[in-house]
Write a protein of this length. Structure first.
Length: 607
């Protein structure tokens, strides 16, 4: 069977076209009827994945090509989910490295390729989107080769095959000027270049759990690759952790294989198969699921520690409970515990009173995805500003450092360099990338990058692109100045009036519009000066009998500034919170009463 099986993973930087390429592969492999309606980005099945156009969870699928079953694993491209990519590579015997024909290798390309090469995998390189008008495929191939060399690829890995493709249009070729017909060259190359699974005959059943999710009918489901032996439904197995300690014993109540986008029940699985099992309640990612006689766990990658955390607590604003049904700390706690159980990249801690919870993750996007998911489930909560998690390494207080690659127009390069220097970033490289663009590489503390994305877009007039990737831990870099302007704070509770907003527009940028509900202590805008300013947005126009020229002109409001959930999380200061409800996102002060705010600021100054 193993001779008719191939396991491959598709890896790339975010938005280089992995999921779109898999769509085209599935359509051309004959999975769908000729008249069947097929959605775009089939593998991005979650609502947030569809809306944001990114892959959040790695997902396997399979196709049949010329009598061979090809298991394909779609992986996330965003750095916040890089740990999942690293684990998924254990299921693959080969990888397809996708690189954008214009952007070339990016930070996540370097990260995932380095992991693939370290595991001894031989990549197939695809230069995707070669039909882009700003494409430069020949230069990109040179950059990819340089990347392989810098990552210490061996001679066999350096001899990688190259294809040129457009995943969206469903074609690939061996040479740029070959006829652009279909994806047959790629699928044939997979059969010839990727080895079949290396199976050791006669060993008892053992599989490595790589992905974990929850199913309403099956319960906890573990996905992984069978490394040795065979297993049948209802057989007894046990779970071992990385230290070889037994976690639990149980029965395989369900065995499932992947066919297209579906999980199909089967009675038996063999070595080399990528499968999903149900029936175990304690086993998690990186554990070995094996026959009772097995004593040694399979080699695996430990789960990366979180680098960033937010504190989540009950919504105690005057509008609490008006939109959501799940508002108590008990409900929030149970939901976060359930998330920590299936999402191994999330860590959970609670305070002594069990009314606030610290949730750790790999970055703002990962934490934002969790909060957005809870919001859609009907939860109301408040979220603090993200904080980085320090570690004690060799007796020194150390903080996470990120590699930041910035592509900007040449005219904005100096202002970006200046801003990064203030955030304790150290420039590693600066080079022209053609067409008036400059690529600058920094190493900067994660702490200094919180909230910089929106300011960066303002600095570059929306033309800059910033990519970040965790690099290492380094000794504490010192204080990072926070130069955000002060907040405009509402003095009363009620509904904002257009007349009041119009008169306050000169004071700064508004976050709310006409008829928006507000309350005392809510942040309704950003002051044009450094200090906070309390304003009355409920003040209407006084009605009198006197009429004068110009007093009855129409009120013209500047559209309010809209921010995403992650932008709001990064925007707030330490004395502020983000109120999250199913229909609203509001910024507020931690202490709503102005007298309490003054008292707490004096207490902090005294400390």
């Amino acid at each position: 069977m193993s001779r008719k099986l191939r396991n491959i993973a598709i890896i790339a930087h975010v938005d280089h076209g992995k999921t779109t390429l898999i769509d085209s592969i599935m359509k051309q492999s004959g999975m769908f009827r000729a008249n069947q309606a097929v959605a775009e980005r089939l593998m991005d099945s979650g609502d947030l994945e569809k809306e944001r156009g990114i892959t959040i969870l790695a997902k396997p699928t399979s196709i049949d090509w010329e009598g061979t079953r090809i298991n394909i694993i779609d992986t996330p491209g965003h750095a916040d989910f890089g740990g999942e990519v690293e684990r998924v590579l254990h299921m693959a015997d080969g990888v397809i490295l996708l690189t954008d024909a214009a952007e070339g290798p990016m930070p996540q390309t370097k990260f995932v390729l380095g992991k693939a090469l370290a595991q001894g995998l031989k990549p197939i390189v695809i230069i995707n989107k070669v039909d882009r008008p700003d494409g430069r495929p020949e230069e990109v191939i040179d950059e990819v080769f340089d990347l392989f060399v810098s990552l210490d690829a061996n001679d066999e890995q350096l001899d990688f095959p190259i294809l040129y493709a457009s995943g969206r249009d469903g074609w690939c070729t061996r040479e740029l000027d070959d006829p652009r017909e279909n994806l047959k060259p790629l699928l044939d190359l997979v059969l010839n270049h990727v080895p079949s699974p290396n199976v050791e005959e006669g060993k008892p059943f053992a599989m490595l759990a790589t992905l974990l999710d929850s199913d309403p009918f099956l319960g906890r489901c573990l996905t992984g690759r069978v490394l040795h032996g065979k297993a049948k439904v209802n057989e007894t197995v046990k779970a071992l952790n990385l230290d070889g300690e037994k976690i639990e014993s149980g029965r395989l109540t369900k065995l499932l294989k992947f066919e297209g986008t579906e999980r199909v029940p089967v009675d038996e699985v063999e070595a080399g198969d990528i499968i999903c099992i149900a029936g175990l309640t304690e086993a998690s990612v990186s554990d070995t699921i094996c026959a009772p006689e097995v004593e040694q766990p399979l080699k695996s990658t430990p789960i990366d520690p979180p680098t960033m955390a937010v504190t989540i607590s009950v919504n105690d604003s005057p509008y609490a409970g008006k939109e959501g049904k799940k508002v108590t700390s008990t409900m929030i706690r149970e939901r976060l515990l359930a998330e920590a159980e299936v999402n191994v990249a999330i860590t959970f801690r609670e305070n002594d009173n069990k009314d606030s919870f610290e949730i750790g993750g790999r970055g703002e996007l990962q934490l934002g995805v969790l909060i957005e998911t809870m919001r859609r489930e009907g939860f109301e909560l408040t979220v603090s500003r993200p904080k980085v998690l320090f570690q004690n390494i060799d007796g020194q207080r150390s903080e996470p450092i990120e590699e930041v690659i910035i592509d900007v127009d040449e005219e904005y390069a100096s202002s970006v360099v200046d801003a990064m220097n203030r955030r304790k970033g150290e420039m590693q490289d600066m080079r022209s990338s053609g067409a008036g663009k400059t690529r600058i590489t920094f190493q900067a503390p994660s702490r200094g990058l919180i909230g910089y994305q929106s300011r960066f877009l303002t600095q570059t007039r929306g033309t800059g692109v910033m990519n970040r990737l965790f690099h290492s831990y380094a000794p504490y870099k010192g204080e990072v100045p926070q130069r955000r302007n002060g907040a405009l704070i509402s003095t009363d509770q009620g509904t904002a009036v257009a007349y009041a907003l119009f008169n306050l527009q000169d004071r700064g940028t508004m976050f709310i519009g006409h008829q928006s509900p507000v309350y005392q202590g809510m942040i309704i805008g950003e002051n044009s000066r450094d200090q906070d300013l309390e304003v009355n947005v409920l003040k209407g126009k006084k009605l009198t009998n006197v009429r004068a020229s110009g007093t009855d002109d129409a009120v013209t409001l500047t559209p309010p500034r809209n921010m995403s959930l992650e932008e709001m999380m990064a925007y707030i200061n330490d004395d502020e919170l983000l109120e999250v409800t199913p229909q609203s996102l509001r910024l507020r002060k931690k202490y709503l009463c102005p007298h309490e705010r003054k008292r707490m600021s004096k207490v902090q100054e005294a400390c």
